[in-house]
Design a protein around this ligand. Structure first.
Ligand code: IPD
Ligand code: CA
Ligand code: CA
Length: 280
């Protein structure tokens, strides 16, 4: 049987190797292909996934693997991996240096280890259930901001079915209630940002297990809280994610509930009105 503490060193090695491979593609800019209307994929995503899944299968042949670009291995053991070989593909494809590799492993339905590697900054975030969260070799903790009005939070917008996504309304309302909302384009790095206190909170709709698994464990092990938008415990198949330092969680959920009920909304200034004001 595998033990949880065997995972982080080996996962870190795999994530670093995949991250360095991504950097070789990043340096020469790669061609973009479309999975959906604006949902892009590159040869770097596929090469990273092949490297990671080869390493996992070689070392843990009985483990199951679910990876974004199509790998689905049903093993015979109790372990399940979630792999995002390149989180932040749109950024990557445009030369915007915010992307990472995200790996997590679950044992009997419980996340036990997670690693997120940002090769552009050489930052390796890691967590093991019950053992805390780390950035490189430094222990990390969530922030201690307890007031939404003084917080910096993050969100993301999906590239799949984006016409159906209501997040622009949440973005507007929460922007007006905080120091700001960042939308950097990598959900895994957003969650790692909450874990190390750079962000005080994060939310997004429509994420997949490979986007969230490692980051959720990092936030929890760094002392934060993760739920869905209704405030129910986060499950690996929860598509909605709200992560925070814990201190802001109830306030964030209250704001989201108010937005969804249409209560106390700040009016979005009209662009047509603005244009008329300019010309008069
Ligand atoms: C995307 C990123 C982005 C988030 C999208 C994800 P990908 O993952 O995490 O920040 O807003 O919802 O799909 O496609 O770059 O791996
Ligand atoms: Ca992703
Ligand atoms: Ca991806």
């Amino acid at each position: 049987m595998s033990t949880a503490n065997e995972f982080v060193p080996a996962m870190s090695e795999i994530a670093r190797e995949a991250g360095l491979l991504l950097m070789t593609y990043f340096a020469r800019r790669v061609k973009v292909e479309y999975k959906g209307e604006v949902d892009v994929v590159t040869e770097a995503d596929r090469a990273s996934e092949a490297l990671i899944t080869d390493r996992i299968h070689a070392r843990w042949p009985r483990h199951s693997v679910m990876a974004e670009e199509g790998t689905r291995t049903q093993g015979s053991g109790e372990y399940q991996w979630y792999v995002d070989p390149l989180d932040g593909t749109t950024n990557f494809a445009h030369g915007f240096p915010v992307f990472c590799v995200s790996l997590a492993v679950e044992h009997q339905g419980k996340l036990v280890a997670g690693v997120i590697y940002d090769p552009t900054r050489d930052e390796l975030f890691s967590a093991e259930r019950g053992k805390g969260a780390y950035l490189n070799s430094r222990r990390i903790h969530v922030s201690n901001i307890g007031n939404l009005a003084e917080s910096l939070v993050a969100t993301g917008f999906p590239s799949h079915k984006r016409h159906k996504n209501p997040n622009i309304h949440f973005y507007h309302q929460i922007t007006l209630r905080t120091h700001g909302v960042r939308r950097a384009g990598s959900a895994a790095l957003d969650l790692a940002g909450v874990a190390c206190g750079r962000f005080d909170g994060f939310w997004e709709f429509n994420l997949n297990p490979w986007d969230t698994a490692a980051g959720v464990l990092l936030v929890e092990e760094a002392g934060g809280q993760v739920t869905d938008l209704a405030g129910d415990r986060f499950r690996i198949d929860s598509r909605e994610v709200v992560a925070s330092n814990g201190l802001l969680h109830a306030d964030l959920l209250r704001e989201f509930a108010a937005i969804m009920a249409g209560r106390g909304l700040e009016e979005l200034p009209s662009a047509v009105g603005y244009a008329k004001g300019r010309s008069s």
